[in-house]
Structures are given as C-alpha cells and as structure tokens.
Design a protein around this ligand. Structure first.
Ligand code: ADP
Length: 273
C-alpha cells in the first residue's frame, strides 16, 4: 500500500504568459504507516505536491497512483481511491458550514450510503479522536468555538471519512502551543492506533521533529532532501539554509537527538569510519 508519483510534473497556466512549473519531474513513494513532514520556503511547491497526492490536481506529466490505482482516471475505482486520501487544508475552519458540530462532521460520511447509526458512530469516534466531548459539543454551533476547537471540528470531519492517508497543510498555523497540542495529540493517536499514513506540511520544526519519521524538503519545485529528520537537521544545515528554510538552532537539534536516545558524538564517530 503506497502513494507513488512517477515522473510527475505540474505546471500552472500551461501555454499562457503566466505559465509556472510548480513541481519539476518527481519520483517518490509514500508508504503505508509513515509519518512524513514536508518543509520548504513559501512557493517551493508544497501545496502543489500534496494536492497531486489526492487527485485534486492532475499532473501535467506522469502518473500518481494510490494503492496501485491511477487517481487521474475518471473510473469509479479512481474516485473511490481519492476518498482514501483525506486532506485538511490551511485554515479548515473556514469550511465549516452546518448548524451543529455533529452535522458538520457527518457531512462526509453521509455521502457514502451509511445508515444513520453508522454515521453517528463515525461522528462520535471522530470527536473522541480530536478530544471534543460528544455530550457537550455535538449539538452546539461550530461557529461559537475557539479557533483551535473549530479547527478540531474540521479535522474530525476528515477523520470521519476514515482516510488511509491523511494530509494536513499547516494544521497548527496561528494556534498557540496549547492549541497545537490539542490538534496533534488526536492525530498522533490515530496514526499509531490505525497505522494511518500522515503527511504534514508545516513550518514548525518542533512539530516535525517530534512526530515525523521521514522529512521531505522542497526547494523551487524539487525535492532536495528526503530522509530521517534526525539526519537532515544534524547534517544538512547548510542545504536547508540555502533553500530558505528556517533552521532549528543546534541546541534544539541536540535536544531532539537526545530525546531519541541518539548521541551526536556517536554519529560523528560513525561517519569518520
Ligand atoms: P508552497 O505551498 O510551498 O507555498 P505552492 O505549491 O503554493 O508552494 O506554489 C508553488 C509555485 O507555484 C509558486 O511559485 C506559486 O506562485 C505558483 N502557483 C501556485 N498556485 C498557482 C496558481 N493557481 N496559478 C499560478 N501559479 C501558482
């Protein structure tokens, strides 16, 4: 099970004076169960890349397959496959529109021909995952919540669809540390318990280094680095800096290494050999 990009390229406004290639030819595979962080300067192609993963954008060249099925096709199998890839956009709270929280979260599952009981079960489960008490919140208006809570409702709406791959584009932008923790604790639990693949676009290196097992760095439409965050932060600081990515201070990298039982001296020693 994987999402695979083969010779994928994406150009906006092809054939117009505004033509802009946002993703150069790319080959990459995202495996089931991975937690991937994606970083890169503004305009490096992050949003374009993640929208190609779930068929929202069709590649100008190449193919995107999800679990072996080409998502660019117009077949039913391809449409079904796209539901396996859930996407939480930036500022997802702007997409809330129903009168109650429960109805908003039920909106996605309602399209799948599920019974009312099954839909209710999905809503309860999704609210539990994002840490919103069903009894307290189900019948409330989503518009009277705090920013962090509104965003959790929006994330619950995507989780209720039961995606196998969950893409999050800057899910914690504009939230305070408490709000960030609220957002991520449910996602991490969902990832660990259901082995769901998470693809997280973020400017927040702390979030990335705490959660991601793999880091992809984009620069001007190219994947310039792809590896363990641990390796990248400790050995690729110069490349990160030249790609315009805010590099975490070395002390943070060290804390991160230590938290994972890794000692920088061991690494230097190994590399010298
Ligand atoms: P990021 O998410 O890293 O900020 P994007 O994928 O949004 O990067 O953008 C990559 C490049 O594509 C940028 O140069 C951006 O200006 C351009 N771009 C993005 N969306 C469009 C669009 N709808 N039309 C034309 N160019 C676009």
């Amino acid at each position: 099970m994987s999402i695979r990009l083969e010779q994928v390229m994406y150009t906006y406004g092809m054939g117009t004076p505004f033509e802009k290639t946002a993703l150069n030819e790319t080959n990459i595979e995202i495996h089931e169960g991975e937690f991937i962080g994606i970083i890169g300067h503004t305009g490096s192609g992050k949003s374009t890349f993640v929208q190609l993963l779930n068929g929202l954008l069709h590649p100008t060249q190449g193919t995107v397959t999800v679990d072996g099925i080409d998502v660019g096709l117009k077949t039913k199998a391809a449409m079904d496959m796209r539901h396996k890839v859930g996407m939480v956009f930036q500022y997802p709270e702007y997409q809330l529109f129903e009168e109650t929280i429960a109805r908003d979260i039920a909106f996605g599952p309602r399209n799948f021909g599920l019974s009312e009981a099954e839909i209710d079960e999905r809503v309860r489960e999704a609210m539990d995952f994002v840490g919103l008490d069903y009894q307290t919140y189900a019948e409330r208006s989503p518009f009277r919540l705090s920013g962090g809570q509104m965003r959790r409702v929006a994330i619950a709406g995507v989780i209720a669809i039961h995606p196998e791959y969950l893409i999050l584009d800057e899910p914690s932008a504009g939230l305070d540390p408490a709000g960030r923790r609220e957002i991520f604790s449910g996602i991490q639990r969902w990832h660990e318990e259901k082995n769901i693949t998470v693809i997280l676009v973020s400017h927040n290196m702390e979030d990335i280094s705490r959660m991601a097992g793999r880091l992809i760095v984009l620069s001007q439409g190219d994947i310039i680095l792809d590896g363990e965050p641990l390796d990248i932060f400790s050995t690729q600081q110069e490349t990160l800096r030249s790609a315009g990515v805010a590099v975490p201070p070395v002390t943070e990298v060290l804390q991160y290494l230590q938290a994972r039982g890794f000692h920088l001296n061991d690494r230097v020693h190994t590399m010298d050999e």
